[in-house]
Design a protein around this ligand. Structure first.
Ligand code: NAI
Ligand code: MG
Length: 488
């Protein structure tokens, strides 16, 4: 440990370490591909390693699927679709989905610990947010499986076929749930690829799916890198592609699917505005700002990464924000006291540090929590920038780390104009005592999700998704179900 600033550290409470135990988890040393209900070796014989970003320790070897393996997985999904899944009754489908939800719930602690080990996110979040929400998505969509005619009244509802799904590393299990649950409920079969730095909870989910007795081939999990994802996208026999990840890869996918019949949903980046008016409850707003950007180390596509504060309260908000930042704990994600865990990978840390340097060079004023940081692993202290110009790179580009930019505003029209001046349009937050102002802003902000007097709250029944370069299509709720059906 390096002592950076004794004064700041002394201001905090001190807690004894409260590490979540790893004794109860069951990890294999080597994972094969889950295809057609069996564990299959990759045809190339190649495996890659996944690490714990909190201390760079090795966790497991994971198969690298190539186009041949993806072809087997798509074939298995097609056969399962034709022969089983499209034929059984919707209420039978629901039973399997409920069973998966219950098995996940029974093993919630194991999922939470593995998620924290593989992704670097705090155990508090994986235990209280990721895993319960993932279970809830399965429960929620299980409920729709035999009610599709009520979900889309007066329409003929049919499934699409085989869904190819590619997910990122920021919410590995939750993104798998967001993708798999509605696809199955609507009667589709699935080939899913988790991100290369966080494959383990999706593979754990494969074990649960095996245990649930879901017919072979209905869900196939293939691990690998971008080439594996591209093989899923470009396979001629997938009917739908759902992707969550970077805007660059999303654009590539959209190009390669142009002119095909495949249905597509893209959930990409963001640079969301969190807007605080002078009549807002300031202490709650400060908590909302902290939760909006430092939650999950800022690895959140809808992170409230641009803060807009009304000028009359800017000084007090910034002072309170800095005070609150001084009380945050950065460190071992398995410790229940930790507020900010590890950055997901060395590459992502390099990206974040690059942006912090750009911010300094652009002349913005930096405030960073001075804190102890473990010697090994990838960490970034919570950081905020004031004096940020609207045109600056740090206010325009997605950083995907615990870095907040602060700008001030005087009038409602000014803040709407500034908030919308972004290539992205995923989410926004509005903090004010006035209901009419909330409604005014929700109609004028170009963002898919707008929170009022809260931030980063999710529920399986609420749709989520963006405008502009944040992608299109919605996940969650009925909207999320409609992305997996054909209506006539
Ligand atoms: P990425 O977009 O490369 O990775 C997301 C997923 O896509 C992974 O499973 C990856 O293996 C797969 N993939 C990569 N190339 C592909 C291709 N050509 N075809 C099909 N699948 C492909 O994201 P990356 O490089 O990990 O992160 C870069 C930046 O993207 C981050 O700094 C952040 O700004 C943004 N990002 C946004 C996310 C979101 O939730 N919207 C999630 C992760 C990253
Ligand atoms: Mg990992």
């Amino acid at each position: 440990m390096t002592k950076k600033n004794k004064e700041t550290i002394a201001m905090k409470w001190s807690y004894s370490p409260a590490l979540e135990s790893k004794d109860h988890i069951n990890l294999r040393e080597k994972y094969d591909l889950f295809i057609n209900g069996k564990w299959m070796k990759p045809s190339s014989g190649k495996y890659f390693k996944t690490f714990n970003p909190a201390d760079e320790s090795f966790l497991a070897e994971v198969a690298h699927a190539d186009a041949k393996d993806v072809d087997k997985a798509v074939q298995a999904a097609r056969d399962a679709y034709n022969n089983v899944w499209s034929k059984i009754s919707p209420s039978e489908r629901a039973k399997y989905i409920y069973r998966i939800a219950r098995l996940m719930q029974e093993r919630a602690r194991e999922f939470a610990v593995i998620e924290t080990l593989d992704a670097g996110k705090t155990i508090r979040e994986s235990r209280d947010v990721d895993v319960p929400l993932a279970c809830n998505h399965f429960f929620y969509y299980a409920g729709w499986a035999d009610k599709l005619d009520y979900a889309f009244p007066n329409r003929k509802v049919s499934s699409l076929g085989v869904a190819g799904q590619i997910i990122p590393w920021n919410f590995p299990l939750l993104m798998a749930a967001w993708k798999i649950a509605p696809a199955l409920a609507a009667g589709n079969t699935v080939v899913l690829k988790p991100a290369e730095t966080t494959p383990l909870t999706a593979l754990k989910l494969a074990e649960i799916i095996e245990e649930s007795g879901l017919p072979a081939g209905v869900v196939n999990i293939v691990t690998g890198f971008g080439d594996t994802g591209a093989a899923i996208v470009n396979h001629p026999d997938t009917d739908k592609i759902a992707f969550t990840g970077s805007t660059n890869v999303g654009k590539m996918i959209q190009k390669s699917l142009a002119g095909t019949n495949k249905k597509i949903t893209l959930e990409l980046g963001g640079k969301s505005a969190n807007i605080i008016f002078e009549d807002a409850p300031i202490d709650q707003a400060v908590e909302g700002i902290i939760n909006g950007i430092f939650f999950n180390q800022g690895h959140v596509c809808c992170a409230g990464s641009r803060l807009f504060v009304q000028e009359s309260i800017a000084d007090v908000v910034i002072r309170k924000l800095k005070d609150r930042m001084r009380s945050l704990f950065v460190g071992n994600p398995l410790d229940k006291n930790t507020d900010i865990g590890a950055i997901n990978s060395k590459e992502q840390l390099a990206t974040i540090l690059k942006y912090i340097n750009i911010g300094k060079e652009e002349g913005a004023e930096i405030f960073q929590l001075a804190c102890d940081i473990p010697d090994k692993g990838y960490y970034c202290p919570p950081t905020l920038f004031t004096n940020v110009a609207q045109s600056s790179v740090i206010a325009q580009e997605e950083i995907f780390g615990p870095v907040l930019t602060i700008q001030t505003f005087r009038t409602v029209d000014e803040v709407i104009q500034k908030a919308n001046n972004s290539p992205f349009g995923l989410a926004a937050g509005v903090w004010t005592d006035k209901g009419s102002r909330i409604f005014n802003l929700t109609t004028k902000l170009k963002a898919g999700v707008i929170w009022a007097n809260t931030y980063n709250k999710f529920d399986p029944s609420s749709p989520f998704g963006g405008y502009k370069e944040s992608g299109f299509g919605r996940e969650g709720g009925l909207h999320g179900l409609s992305a997996y059906v054909k209506l006539s």
